[in-house]
Design a binder for this molecule. Structure first.
Ligand code: HPA
Ligand code: ZN
Length: 354
């Protein structure tokens, strides 16, 4: 098989060691395990597995729609702390199938705790313990970002929760994420919270911005929310001044081709901005976002990137090195991980070139 076609062969490209910066735990559950939870907890979801999938995933017959997409994040899956550990453990175990080398997995402690008013600190610790156990078993590197959802809490409530969570003092947490409905809840509503994060200096921030809004929200997220990375940022495609700024200041865009189609962020997949921005030297990265809701995996997004933008193996390696550079790891760890990553790539290449 020639090399070009190998990159389109899922059984090969899934083994490419990958760095993923943008994936929500809430959007990456193995759907069979979620079904088990729904039955055990009597949640009133369809008993037929096919029907179940139809209800919980983004509907195939629906056109792209941001708010429909967001309705898929249900709070009632978890009726005990054991449920939270169970679903986390199996979600991380599944990352092996995508060839993950290092992931910054994000989750919202509020999301997992809301339905039963669980202690947010305990839930956070349990998720990290279960995730770390699974990561050790499959031999991947993992860190976590804490997600705060714009429509669930005010800036002041976020501050209160953050002040509790930071007492956990866990090295496993490396950053803070702002997600949810950016149309009704624009970034300027959360300036105070992100000023606190900046003043504390414990964590870097990434903001979902310019996903279904204009590039003005990306500028606001960088200038006033101090974002070190941007989630999606598809509207940067229309703002050459912003592209230069991202490049000069090394602010990476965490892009997600399939998610961007389903939310309506960028419906013309073949002309998704990732390819053009990459060739202009803007730091861009390939991510899955919410593979269970999308009914895809990260490898599918890699295959799309190869097909649509004609990427070769070196391009894919470059994109992953950009992701490592943009990771929120301490500098020393980042350098060590980069060396380890390059040696894993050498091994992959030997197999790949056979
Ligand atoms: N946008 C905003 N919030 C989200 C998303 C998204 O694509 N996925 C999960 N939470
Ligand atoms: Zn996201």
């Amino acid at each position: 098989m020639d090399n070009e076609h190998k990159l389109l062969d899922k059984s090969i490209i899934r083994h490419l060691p990958k760095i993923e910066l943008h994936r929500h735990l809430e959007g990456t559950f193995p759907v069979e395990k979620l079904y088990r939870l729904a039955v055990k907890n009597n949640l009133g979801r369809p008993k037929d597995f096919k029907e179940f999938k139809k209800e919980v995933q983004f509907p195939k017959d629906s056109g792209p729609d941001f708010l429909t997409f967001l309705t898929k994040f249900k709070n009632d899956w978890y009726q005990s702390m054991d449920d939270v550990s169970f679903i986390t453990y199996h979600s991380v175990k599944d990352l092996a199938g995508d060839g993950i080398f290092y992931i910054e997995l994000r989750f919202s402690p509020e999301h997992f705790s809301l339905e039963n008013d669980f202690d947010r600190k305990i839930v956070t610790k349990l998720i990290i313990e279960a995730g770390n156990k699974a990561a050790r078993e499959i031999g991947i590197h993992i860190r976590y970002l804490l997600t705060f959802n714009r429509s669930k809490q005010s800036s002041d409530e976020m501050k209160t929760l953050y002040n509790q969570l930071k007492k956990l003092d866990l090295d496993a947490i490396v950053g803070i994420d702002l997600a949810g409905d950016e149309l009704e809840y624009p970034p300027e509503m959360f300036r105070d919270f992100f000023q606190l994060i900046k003043d504390d200096g414990l964590y870097k921030s990434t903001i979902h911005a310019g996903e279904v809004s204009s590039s003005g929200q990306i500028w606001e997220s960088i200038k006033n929310l101090h974002a070190a990375r941007i989630g999606h940022g598809t509207s940067a495609a229309q703002d050459p001044g912003l592209q230069d700024y991202l490049k000069d200041n090394n602010i990476a865009l965490e892009q997600c081709i399939t998610s961007n189609y389903q939310t309506g962020s960028w419906v013309d997949e073949k002309n998704h901005p990732l390819g053009v921005l990459y060739r202009k030297g803007v730091p861009v990265t390939i991510n899955s976002d919410d593979p269970f809701i999308q009914n895809t995996d990260l490898t599918d997004d890699y295959i799309k990137a190869v097909k649509y933008f004609n990427f070769d193996l070196n391009d894919l390696i470059n994109l992953n090195l950009t992701a490592l550079r943009a990771s929120f790891l301490p500098q020393e760890e980042k350098e060590q991980l980069t060396l380890d990553y390059l040696s894993r790539i050498e091994k992959f290449k030997k197999e790949y070139e056979r």
